[in-house]
Every structure is written in C-alpha cells, then in structure tokens.
Design a protein around this ligand. Sequence first.
Ligand SMILES: Nc1ncnc2c1ncn2[C@@H]1O[C@H](COP(=O)(O)OP(=O)(O)OP(=O)(O)O)[C@@H](O)[C@H]1O
Ligand SMILES: [Mg+2]
Length: 455
Amino acid sequence: MYSLKRSLLLWLIIPLLLILPAVSAIQYWLIVTPAKAEIDAQLGDFALALARFIHDDNGTVTFKISAQAEKLLLTDQSDKEYFLVLDPAGRALAGDEQLRDPPLVVAPDEWQFIDGHLHQHRLRILVFGTPCGAGVCQIRIAETFVKRNQVRIDALIATIGYSLLFGFITLVVMVLAVRRGLVVLTNLNAHILAQDPNDLILWQGDQLPKELEPLIASWNQLISKLKEAHRAQQQLIADVAHQMRTPLSSLKMEAELALLEPHPPAVHAALENLNRAASRAVHLAAQLLTLARADQGLQAVGQWQVIDLKTVVSALVEEWSRRAMAQAIDLGFELESALIFANASLLTEAISNLLDNAFEYAGPGSVVTVRCRQAGERVFLDVEDNGPGISPEHRERVWQRFYRADNAPGQGINQGSGLGLAIVAEIAKRHDAVTEILSPMVGRGTRIRLSFHAI
Ligand SMILES: Nc1ncnc2c1ncn2[C@@H]1O[C@H](COP(=O)(O)OP(=O)(O)OP(=O)(O)O)[C@@H](O)[C@H]1O
Ligand SMILES: [Mg+2]
C-alpha cells in the first residue's frame, strides 16, 4: 500500500544523497587548494632565500652557501628536498645536477611549478628565475609529496567524517520531522476511531494545519449528512413505534376481551397465544419508542435541569409499590438527597426499566431495593435484587440492543425484547453517567449502578 511517510522520506533522502557527494567534493577542494598553495609558497620562500647566496663578481656569477645554512634551509620534517642553481649560461653552480631536466626558460622573478622524478621520488619542482650578472640565474627547488599527500588524506578524512555526520544528523532530523508532521494523521485517526456512531460530532480541528482544512470541511460535511440520516432514521423508528402502539393496543384489548367472553375450549389456547403476542408487540413498540427518544436525546421529552435524584425516584414509589404487592415482591427504597443535572423523564424511563428487570428476573417472593446517595463528587443510583443474577460472561452484552441472556424467563406479560438495558445505557450516556453491573452487598442477585456527576 502507498505510504505517505515513505514517499516523503524518499523525496527528502534521494536529493540528500545526490547533493551530499557534490557538497563533499567542493568542501574537499576548499580544504586542499589553500593548503597546497601554502606548501608551494614555502618552496618559494626557500628559492628566495637561496637567491641571496648568488654573487656577481664583475660578471662572474658564483653561489656560495655554508653547509650549515644549506642544511638549515633544506631540511624538512617530512619531505626530502633538493635544489639546483644554474648560472645564465646554464652551468650548475650548486646542487643536484639531476634536477636540470626538463630544461625550461624563465624570466627574471618568474615562478613555474612542474612535476618530475629524482631517485625514484615523485617531486614537486619550483623553477625560479632571478636576475644575475647579465642574464637570469635559475634556482630549482624540489620536494617530495609526503606533506601534500598528508594534506589530501587529512582533507579526505575530514570531508568524509563531516559528510557522514551531517548526513546522519540530517537523516535523523528528516525522519523526526516527517514523523512529527504526520502525527496529525494519527490525531485524525484517533478522532475518527473515537466517534460514537450514534453521536457523531464535528471536527473542531483548531490544532490542525491549514493544509487539512479541505479534508476537515469534507469530513464535517459527511458527518452532518450522516447525523441527518441518523436523526431521520431515529425519527422514523419513533414514528413507526408510535403509530403501531394504537393498533397493537386495540389488538391486545380485543384478545383480552375475547378471553373473557365465553368461547369454545378449542380456541382458548389460540386466544392465549394471541394475547401474549399482542402484549409482547405493545411492549416492544413502547421500548422502541423510548429508545429512539433517548437516542435522539430528545429535548421534547422534558427539561434538562438540576434535580434531586431522590425526588425522581420518590415519584415512582407509589406505582411500583402497588406492582410489588401484586407480585409479592418486597420492594424497599433507601433514598438520600443527591443533586444532579438531569432529564427527569429520561431518568424515570431508566429506573423503570431497571425495576422492570428486577421484578421480572428475581420474580415473586424476592427482595428488590432502590438506593440513591451522594459520595463526594459522585451520585449513585443502585437497583438491587436477590434474583438469579447476571453471570459475568453476559455482563458486557446485556447492554446491547436485543440481547437477552439465557436466564431470561420470558414468561411474564411484559415479554422481554432485549431493549431495557440498552435504553438505560443510552440514557446514562446522555447524562454522562457510568453504568455498572455489580454483585449485591450480600448473597446472590444483581446490583445495577448508575453513577452521575454530583452538582
Ligand atoms: N435484574 C436482573 N436479573 C437477572 N438478569 C437480568 C436482570 N436484568 C437484566 N437481566 C438480563 O439481561 C438481559 C437484558 O435485559 P434487558 O432489560 O435489556 O432486556 P429484557 O428485559 O430481556 O427486555 P426488555 O427490557 O426490553 O423488556 C435480560 O434478558 C436478562 O437476561
Ligand atoms: Mg428488561
């Protein structure tokens, strides 16, 4: 697959690899040229020094130098040095005759450098013309290449070392820069992954580079369209559920009436089934409607305000106590004042679903307790029963829509549709509350906890 990182790095590294040798060659040349010129200049100094020992005695040119002076002038730490002094007629006045070749003519005060050989040594030879008598004397100074070669080697090592270091640092900086630049994609990715499909949010993107603006704009457009499509879908579900409730309720009523009327025993079982199916359908329609409303976080279902959770639960005491009596359930409330920012009608739906489950699954004779209290920054709402409990392997999945655990009896009139806890989860999410399935304080059973931010 095409990698942006690799492509960027290639576009940076290939030019670097091409430029680096060229820069290194220039650098090498810049080091070696002045160093060589400096060494050549030293030869020039020697030539000038030797020129002082040429004497002109009325037309007779002589060269006189003490052995000591000669040694002083022509001794070098690393190179071997030779010289030759020629009079205007080309006769050797002093020095090494073998330096005579190749023959050259130089003007007075003219310098010429040539390469030659002597005693198997490659030599750098300076030919210098100095006025003497009626003509021009020639001084030839030769030097082996030890110093020059050393300069080249030193320059080469310095250049290669510098290039490697520079290349390495540049490479590291490039890799870091590309990585740093691409972090933005990781952020984008994290943002996309963090999106809740039911609650898509637009990308603010303040911390993003402006190059990504078109992408973010398109992304936000897409999100807006998806949100609209999702909202329309939720609305459709809510509308359908709402529309179905009336005919389903009449169907259920008719089935109940038919059961009360005298009827042939042969159809009794069929009427019972019809009644049960109608009850299930009414319940499903009601649950779907609640879920669709909770999904949309409908403002229409009531106000969001600071309320006392105790008040919300207290409003349910009467209705649920009646049901508890009818089903021989020991229902208790332990309520303390606890302020939260909430939507009372959504909360009522959530608590009703939790009580519904406790009644349904713990069954007659069981003990069900509702508690609410504040502890520091949190407000807890617990609905606890001493029924069969929810085994750990189901605890994650029971929050999913239409999921029912194996223990679900499904015998009651409110036949389960697997939406109750999904509704609770959705409502909890709207309240930024955390849902947990805990074990009861003592014995077996289920304790479902919603924990809210306290005000
Ligand atoms: N208090 C409880 N005790 C034991 N099991 C429970 C309890 N509450 C929920 N469950 C299990 O979790 C499953 C999912 O519950 P949920 O309320 O979502 O669906 P339901 O009760 O089957 O249907 P609905 O609530 O839509 O009528 C249930 O089928 C049941 O197995
Ligand atoms: Mg339920």
